[in-house]
Design a protein around this ligand. Sequence first.
Ligand SMILES: [Zn+2]
Length: 270
Amino acid sequence: MQERHLQMLMAATGDYTGGIDGVFGPLSTAAMHRVEARHRAAYTFDPTTTTDHRRKTACAQACLNQLDHDAGFIDGWNGHNTTEALNAFLFQITNGTDEQIDRDPEQGFTPPGNIPRQRDVGQVYGQPGEQIKSRLTTIQLPFSLKIDWNLRTSTNKIRVHRDCAPQLEAALIAIRQHYGPDEMNRLGIDRYAGAYNHRRMRGGSSWSMHAYGCAIDFYAQPNGLRVRCPQALFCGAEYQPFLDIMEQHEWLPAIRLWGKDAMHFQRARL
Ligand SMILES: [Zn+2]
């Protein structure tokens, strides 16, 4: 998180009136303390006992959430949700409009099985918010995945919709059997980048598939929202078994659905 961006965010929330100069002086610090006081209940940690860098990232997340650019949890870790929320904010203040990201279907892709359409997920899975929350379940894998936005940590628990969980669990176990831990590590397939998340779609106004608990991301940085093949890492030949196994288990790769956002897989077709 650049200090200049944090100053822009704190100016937008009305907490900061100083220069947008990237010099984090007393005015900036006082503004950060105001943001913290207002949003303290939503912080997942105590901002006064962490590093300066993490504290500023958390402050930016609090501002982004307040400005309706969902950054996710206020945890101080600069993951792809925080990055994309900041991108959305910067686009909005630069252009005066929200960025639109088109997701036109890729031609010639036929998903397997009986997978709901995106437009029907509200009927099939439920409404985002309390209803979806009550239908989430936690998969417990027999191995761990690294947390993509904080690689010193790992988890074997993934929270998704109960109607999508058995398929995802089977897919991940099959992927592990295919590649083994060393190859998963080398290829970055073991970098889990988030599943359930109550937020809007990036570059759109409808709910994200993540808000229905039917989406998961892996290794965000080289598989960005706007990046197509062959630039996206997961377009490489070594990754095709990974995509194939996910698809066979009804978790469809976005790079095959709409040709971008290769980090993203969902149990919904277009
Ligand atoms: Zn995603």
